[in-house]
Design a protein around this ligand. Structure first.
Ligand code: ADP
Ligand code: MG
Length: 648
């Protein structure tokens, strides 16, 4: 007798169940998806003891006729596919015909159903592998599935169930994933007879987002939308101030189905690159609608992964849509006073019509990309305000002397001036700028413009450096507090990046190469990455043993001793992940270089430098955050000031 034998159907089902039904939440997901496929408009979910004792899902959908009931719980029986071709254009959530059979094989399942217009309902019960008879029963139109004693016959799985609250957390998550994609569905979730969510029909996704993720987040969501070759993308991405310490608040739906997709998550991180601190993750709720034949959902038993015909298209669309939106939005951090207002005050602030609302945030971001900051520095924008920033810097950006150790980019054009190259390689004398104007630049009070219509105010505080670290700027809408280092770092980062990309980064050749001692592994790392270093204007050669010879390095870093600068570069190389991509590496080196080259906190600036820096704020991309994701400026609105001083 041969050794092979066919597995009994009950075992086959249990194996299938092992893949699809991991925990109570998986049951909830499958049952909810069946209700959606049945075109229900109302679904009620009742759970007892985190799903261990009971999971019951009722819907008012199309129902199942008495004769179909045995098939509904049989494996590989489905009403959703007819031929293999259908598999390539799946429009329903289910299609594998295995969920009910799998659930029934590891629980006590009762299925009651009454199709619309039928006099009575019918029911069938399955206990593990025992399928009972179909009997008539009284029940409302629609379908109810009750699952009791989950994993009663697979004790290992049952034992691995977590605490009730944990399992309930997973169930709420499964519920959330459906709820967000189906705002037009009335849905209720109860646990041990307590109603957790009772959601009426709504066409406002934002409302549901507020309910599930809090109002504060909902108010910081930015609407995005695009259509590329019939692939529609819409949804919300959160302002960078609303980041999270993990990627769990990233919801991506493809044709209404919650999916996990590494490429799309990557596009999301890329879009927020430089807007978030290291280790923080963006929050987003994104919906793709693509023709069903362009996405394969038959990749994973739980259907949580999909495969796009052209994954690059989705990646590019998501990245471009987000970047364009961010560039057009004012993402400057708004300062909110964190005093605890009395109930009366908070009631007042809610109804305060002048308080910035979500609506005006969106309309401003959507229609007026200039409305961000520092309009006084932009006479062309024709701003009506009587703010007082002297316009001289715009008409003729004061060039910094060639010897200036720091570089300020002129606000508009003249890229040749952008990075002033020190003429000497020697480290600059630190004493020349501590509390002193920079070497060679003349201190002058900013001239006022005779051509301005409104008389220039003599208000001295239009842009003022405080604590040698921050700059206060008056804006038409209130005031802005700039972190000088963070902003300058961002400005330099953008500039160096574009120069690296166009091969225009200036490098400085050392007359005598600097010999630097490294460890053996560091030498290997440097040699491996010499092409990336070359892009940054850093030319090195092995110099025998564990030494390397440094020939050139970025001109912008000329104010640092060459060996120290190079050590920092090596540290940045070693700090990277195990296998950083070339792009990541280049990016972290750019961060490091811009950080080193930027003015520091504690460094006194001349009025021209202050003006020049302030003018950069609205010119640099993402100027609201430094390359490490820290905000560069805080905005304090006039209405907030008035509120705080009780003027309103
Ligand atoms: P699939 O959803 O992949 O078809 P299932 O095992 O989940 O497989 O369901 C089997 C069949 O039972 C479905 O194809 C459908 O015809 C029927 N069915 C299941 N749940 C419902 C429901 N809530 N309302 C109407 N029909 C249902
Ligand atoms: Mg199904």
């Amino acid at each position: 007798m041969g050794k092979l034998q066919r597995l009994p159907v009950s075992v086959v089902n249990q194996i299938a169940a092992g893949e699809v039904i991991e925990r109570p939440a998986s049951v909830v997901k499958e049952l909810l998806e069946n209700s959606l496929d049945a075109a229900a408009t109302r679904i009620e979910v009742s759970i007892e003891e985190g799903g261990r004792d009971l999971i019951r899902v009722w819907d008012n959908g199309s129902g199942i006729s008495a004769e179909d009931l045995p098939l509904a719980v049989a494996p590989h029986a489905t009403s959703k596919l007819e031929s293999a071709d259908d598999l390539f254009r799946v429009k329903t959530f289910g299609f594998r015909g295995e969920a009910l059979a799998s659930i029934a094989s590891v629980s006590h399942l009762r299925l009651q159903s009454r199709p619309a217009g039928h006099e009575a309902g019918s029911q069938i019960e399955v206990r593990g592998s025992e399928v009972g008879p179909v009997i008539a029963c009284g029940c409302p139109e629609g379908t109810a599935v009750e699952v009791r004693n989950l994993f009663f016959n697979t004790p290992v799985r049952r034992r691995f169930l977590k605490a009730t609250q944990t399992e309930m957390g997973h169930i709420v998550e499964a519920f959330t994933r459906i709820v967000l994609a189906q705002p037009k569905l009335a849905m209720q979730l109860r646990h041990n007879d307590k109603v957790l969510f009772d959601l009426p029909v709504s066409d406002q996704l934002l409302e549901r987002l507020g309910l599930f993720f809090g109002r504060e987040l909902a108010e910081k969501l930015i609407w995005i939308e695009s259509n590329v070759n019939g692939h529609r993308l819409w949804g919300y991405a959160a302002d960078p101030s609303q980041s999270r310490s993990n990627a769990r608040t990233q919801y991506i739906f493809v044709n209404g189905r919650y999916v996990r997709d590494r490429s799309l998550s990557h596009a999301l991180s890329e879009a927020y690159r430089g807007l978030l601190m290291v280790g923080r993750y963006p929050v987003a709720f994104l919906f793709f609608e693509v023709p069903s034949e362009e996405v394969d959902v038959n990749v994973h038993p739980t259907k949580i992964e999909v495969r796009f015909r052209d994954p690059q298209q989705q990646f590019r669309q998501l990245l471009a849509t987000l970047r364009q939106k961010f560039l057009a939005s004012d993402l400057t951090a708004r300062l909110e006073i964190s005093s605890t207002p009395s109930p009366a005050e908070s009631a007042e602030s809610v109804s305060d019509p002048s308080a910035p609302s979500l609506d005006d945030f969106f309309s401003r971001a959507g229609t007026d990309s200039q409305a961000s900051v520092a309009p006084p520095l932009q006479p062309a924008a024709g701003n009506q305000s009587s703010t007082t920033l002297p316009p001289f810097q715009l008409q003729a950006p004061a060039p910094l002397p060639r010897t200036a150790p720091l570089s300020f980019l002129p606000p508009q054009s003249a890229p040749a001036l952008a990075l002033s190259v020190p003429s000497a390689v020697s480290p600059r004398d630190e004493s020349t700028n501590s509390g002193q104007p920079f070497n060679g630049s003349t201190v002058q009070s900013p001239p006022t413009s005779p051509t301005r219509d409104s008389p220039p105010s003599t208000h001295p505080l239009a842009a003022l450096q405080i604590h040698n670290s921050y700059i206060i700027v008056e804006t038409p809408d209130g005031l802005m507090l700039i972190d000088q280092h963070a902003l300058h770092e961002r400005v330099l980062y953008e500039e160096i990046r574009s120069r690296v990309l166009t091969g225009n980064l200036e490098s400085q050749r050392l007359l005598v190469p600097e010999i630097i001692e490294l460890s053996a592994s560091e030498v290997a790392l440097v040699t491996d990455n010499c092409a990336v270093l070359e892009q940054l204007g850093i030319n090195v050669e092995p110099f025998g043993g564990t030494s390397i010879a440094l020939h050139t390095y970025p001109a912008m870093l000329a104010n640092l001793p060459a060996d120290r600068m190079f050590r920092d570069i090596v540290d940045t190389l070693t700090a990277g992940s195990q296998t950083p991509t070339r792009r990541d590496l280049l990016d972290s080196l750019l961060h490091m270089i811009s950080c080193k080259a930027a003015i520091k906190a504690g460094q006194r600036l001349t009025p021209e430098e202050i003006q020049s820096l302030v003018a950069q704020h609205h010119l640099a991309q993402d100027s609201h955050h430094c390359p490490h994701g820290r905000p560069t400026a805080l905005v304090f609105s006039k209405s907030e000031l008035e509120k705080q001083f009780k003027r309103t």
